[in-house]
Design a protein around this ligand. Structure first.
Ligand SMILES: C[S@@+](CC[C@H](N)C(=O)[O-])C[C@H]1O[C@@H](n2cnc3c(N)ncnc32)[C@H](O)[C@@H]1O
Length: 311
């Protein structure tokens, strides 16, 4: 099996995530298992690792890669939003650390055949979980022009949102837009030549916005961040790697706001203390990958990592 995905900021993840090697850790977005492999090396032989992903094919690849580690690694097809239910099902109350490495994997972009990339000609599906929800084809062929424009603006700040939304609605009158190449060419020819970005494909933002919408990516992150403190032991860590500012903003707000609330002198103690557990950021600023890492793995260039501890 050839794994094209290179895990991002591995040393940084390990140093913030693992507090005790005999603990229980969760990789909430296992992908093809790059981070999990490194985490497991550091927690073996006593630690345990629970790996989740909603992508069936990624789960299969992760199982092949991590199966030599036996019972101490559990690989489950489930959303990280349902982590509380997964833990209950396997009889675990709380864990020592949770990693989320957000975004799309190289495997999904290059080999899944689901239209994540504008470079390939594939059915425009874009679902990470093929067992659930509407495809990108269903979304763009049925959404109203106003909602489409809003989606492109809110999820990708696409300055040509209005023009692109109009072009998509006109094109779909001739027949459904069903392939990644068809959509990429449509966008390329819609944006006036002199305004086309030089360093990235003109369809980059549209593809990003559709992927976020199809997979409910921001809602999932927000739901997880809400639940996260109650899934960690005291002193347990959450580490999240984001790849665009919308994701990072949610993580930053959750980690910093909660930490501040917790030490606010104005907050009087309540007895018995029924307030929910809180997270405290371990670093003021998000951590970026080194230039050396970006040189060997260009996908890392937009990564930003944040870590917080359950207080
Ligand atoms: C950047 S990749 C992770 C790569 C992984 N860290 C590695 O080293 O191979 C992101 C993964 O998150 C998965 N994913 C997206 N949303 C998810 C969700 N709600 N629950 C679980 N996994 C999810 C995707 O299917 C994808 O495999």
């Amino acid at each position: 099996m050839v794994i094209s995905h290179q895990p991002v900021m591995v040393d940084e993840v390990i140093s913030y995530l693992i507090t005790i090697p005999e603990g229980i850790y969760v990789d909430g977005t296992v992908g093809t298992g790059g981070h999990s492999l490194e985490i497991f090396k550091r927690i073996a032989p006593k630690g345990e690792l629970i790996c989740l992903d909603i992508d069936r094919s990624s789960i299969r690849l992760a199982k092949e890669r991590l199966s030599p580690f036996g019972e101490r690694v559990k690989i489950i097809k489930e959303s990280y939003v349902a982590l509380d239910k997964v833990l209950k099902r396997i009889g675990i109350d709380k864990v020592n650390g949770i990693l989320l490495d957000l975004g799309v994997s190289s495997y999904q972009l290059e080999s899944s055949g689901r239209g994540f990339s504008f470079i390939k000609d594939e059915p425009l599906d874009m679902r990470m979980d093929e067992d659930r929800g509407a495809t990108a084809t269903e979304l763009i062929n049925n959404i109203s022009i106003e909602k489409l424009q809003e989606l492109l603006w809110v999820y990708a700040q696409e300055r040509w949102a209005k023009l692109i939304a109009r072009a998509i609605v006109e094109e779909r009158r001739k027949g459904p837009i069903a392939s990644s190449r068809q959509l990429a060419i449509l966008i390329e020819t819609t944006i006036p030549a002199r305004y086309r970005p030089r360093k990235r494909h003109p369809a980059t933002k549209t593809f990003q916005a559709l992927r976020i919408a199809v997979n409910r990516e921001l809602q999932n992150i927000a739901d997880f961040l809400e639940e996260c403190p109650s899934l960690l032991v005291k002193g347990g860590r959450a580490v999240v790697i984001s790849y665009h500012s919308l994701e990072d903003r949610l993580v930053k707000q959750a980690f910093h706001q909660r930490g501040k609330d917790n030490i606010s002198p104005r907050k009087l103690p309540v007895f018995p203390d029924t307030s929910p557990p809180l997270m405290k950021a371990l670093r003021k600023k998000g951590l970026r990958p080194s230039q050396a890492e970006i040189n060997v793995n260009p996908r890392a260039r937009s990564a930003i990592m944040r870590a917080a501890e359950r207080t």
